[in-house]
Design a protein around this ligand. Structure first.
Ligand SMILES: C[S@@+](CC[C@H](N)C(=O)[O-])C[C@H]1O[C@@H](n2cnc3c(N)ncnc32)[C@H](O)[C@@H]1O
Length: 214
């Protein structure tokens, strides 16, 4: 068993991110039964690449990023509506080096009955309006040179393809730094058939925006 310092050093040594990533296992971080939970390895590689001093996850869900930051010895602040914070409106701190934002993918999974829940936005235009509001709110909370990384997936509704990843990429052309394609594993919704030719969605994107250094 490694001690905490050795574990943090070991995790920081992982290879930096590239534009395509694939994590067949999610690792032991966070609640693996939380709906829509993400792989801890992606958070580790994000932190190993950018070396943030203080990380914010405004929609932390099952706590994946919280536990990754604890193991990497990184200062962390995390919030979620399920623990009483509406991150689009309530105070959630400022001056972050890295904000990891993993919002609901519109109504693909419904997280609560709370009308402030992004998964309860209703129409797609209402959801994209909240996405835009959240983006600019979180961007303003970055320290100079800080990064905002948004994890998003596309979905199909009634045979219609909704490119939410494109909506994210187009939020802010001025500050976009890169798009990472993350291969998805064990995707159950891809077993649904809508007739005709069907191309299963097997990826999400992590879009990284950077606030200019001072
Ligand atoms: C995709 S999940 C995040 C999963 C997380 N990355 C994990 O690994 O477990 C999206 C989260 O957004 C939260 N959420 C939705 N609207 C919110 C809001 N207005 N303020 C704070 N959290 C919100 C939901 O409660 C849910 O936990």
């Amino acid at each position: 068993m490694r001690d905490a310092k050795a574990l943090a050093e070991y995790l920081r040594q992982r290879a930096p991110l590239t534009s395509v990533v694939s994590y067949p296992g999610r690792g032991p971080w966070g609640n693996n039964r939380y709906p829509g939970n993400c792989s801890g390895y992606m958070l580790i590689d994000l932190c190993a690449t950018f070396r943030p001093g203080h990380v914010l996850d405004p929609m932390e869900g099952g706590g994946t990023s919280r536990e990754v930051c604890a193991d990497m010895g990184i200062l962390y602040s995390g919030f979620d509506l399920h623990s009483g914070t509406d991150s689009l409106r309530d105070p959630i701190g400022e001056n972050y080096d890295l904000i990891f934002w993993h919002p609901p993918y519109h109504d693909m999974k419904l997280y609560s009955e709370d009308p402030r829940d992004l998964s309860r936005a209703g129409s797609l235009p209402a959801f994209t309006a909240l996405l835009r509001a959240g983006y600019w709110r979180f961007f303003e909370l970055l320290a100079p040179g800080g990064r905002l990384a948004v994890l998003m997936g596309d979905l199909r509704r009634g045979g219609r393809y909704e490119p939410l990843t494109v909506d994210v990429a187009r939020l802010d052309r001025q500050h976009i730094e890169g798009i990472i394609v993350k291969i998805q594993h064990n995707v159950s919704s891809n077993s649904t058939r809508y007739g005709g030719t069907f191309v299963p969605i097997l990826h999400e994107t992590l879009t990284i925006f950077r606030r200019p250094p001072a």
